[in-house]
Design a protein around this ligand. Structure first.
Ligand code: AMP
Length: 282
């Protein structure tokens, strides 16, 4: 496994990889969710590249950039044991050198949900992901449904800007109690951690309503909200039931829906979502 920090060196190592290349972009602090992406990439490509980069451009001024968990040595051990060929882990200054001023700005898909709460977030995400695509030139890139809006935006960008690669979206990996794995779960106090599975149970309530024939977006959200309301530590930020491609509201004839929630536990904000009917994929 080659570990490289500079753009030029990453390009050189990439050129020596034979056959198809799968790329897994991450911010490190790796968990089984990330590793599920790596395994899928390993299964579907001749070579696998991963990136570890806590991208300052996607954090707002009040957000957790400084305290975001970092553990490069552990991450590299994990990636090596998964058979990764190339790890690109640049310094911020090599991706954003002095004078950097060109950005990828999302369209309307980036203005709702997370985009509405985190101004500039998706501009930062799309810009860094397009830079990683340009450096690594993968055939396929792997993202998690955990960040569903991000995956939808990246797929849109890849099509709009002719990146000529396939975006693969992988299912959400959860703890046994239903909590979606996230590097940010480490911020939870033990009490908040005990309460956090309510995200998943609230989404299951929306799934049950969908299964019973409910197709009104607000009613699907209400089903989830009533379960969230039973947990005093959970402070809902938003609940949304939307078309998984357009992220617009659904009509009575919808055959699929993406129910997304953002919930605060103290100072920690967690995301979760479910794509219905159960078993559908982004
Ligand atoms: P991050 O390091 O948080 O930027 O995540 C890197 C990639 O891993 C993103 O595409 C995430 O959507 C994906 N990911 C994060 N958590 C999970 C999870 N629990 N299950 C599946 N994929 C995940």
């Amino acid at each position: 496994m080659r570990v490289v920090r500079e753009v030029a060196e990453a390009r050189r190592v990439r050129r020596d990889l034979r056959g198809s290349v799968g790329l897994v972009p991450t911010m490190g602090a790796l968990h089984e969710g990330h590793l599920s992406l790596v395994r899928r990439a390993r299964a579907e490509n001749d070579a696998v590249a991963a990136s570890i980069f806590v991208n300052p451009a996607q954090f707002g001024p009040e957000e957790d950039l400084a305290k975001y968990p970092r553990n490069l040595a552990r991450d590299l051990t994990l990636l090596e044991s998964e058979g990764v060929d190339l790890v690109f882990t640049p310094e911020a200054a090599s991706l954003y050198p002095l004078g950097f001023q060109t950005w990828i700005v999302p369209g309307p898909l980036g203005e709702v949900l997370e985009g509405a709460r985190r101004p500039g977030h998706f501009r930062g995400v799309l810009t860094v992901v397009s830079k990683l695509f340009n450096v690594v030139e993968p055939d396929r890139a792997y993202f998690g449904q955990k960040d569903a809006q991000q995956a939808v935006l990246i797929r849109r960008m890849a099509a709009d800007l002719d990146f000529g690669l396939t975006i693969v979206v992988c299912p959400i990996v959860r703890e046994a109690d239903g909590l979606a794995l996230s590097s940010r779960n480490a911020y939870l106090t033990p009490e908040e951690r005990r309460a956090a599975p309510v995200l998943h149970s609230s989404l299951r309530a929306a799934a049950a309503a969908w299964g019973a024939g409910e197709r009104r977006g607000h009613a699907l959200c209400e089903a989830a909200r009533s379960v969230l309301g039973s947990e005093p530590l959970a402070v809902p930020d938003y609940l949304s039931a939307a078309d998984p491609e357009t992220l617009a509201g659904i009509g009575p004839a919808a055959d699929r829906v993406l129910v997304s929630i953002a919930v605060r536990f103290g100072t920690t904000r967690l995301l979760d979502n479910i794509l219905l009917p159960d078993g559908s994929e982004l």
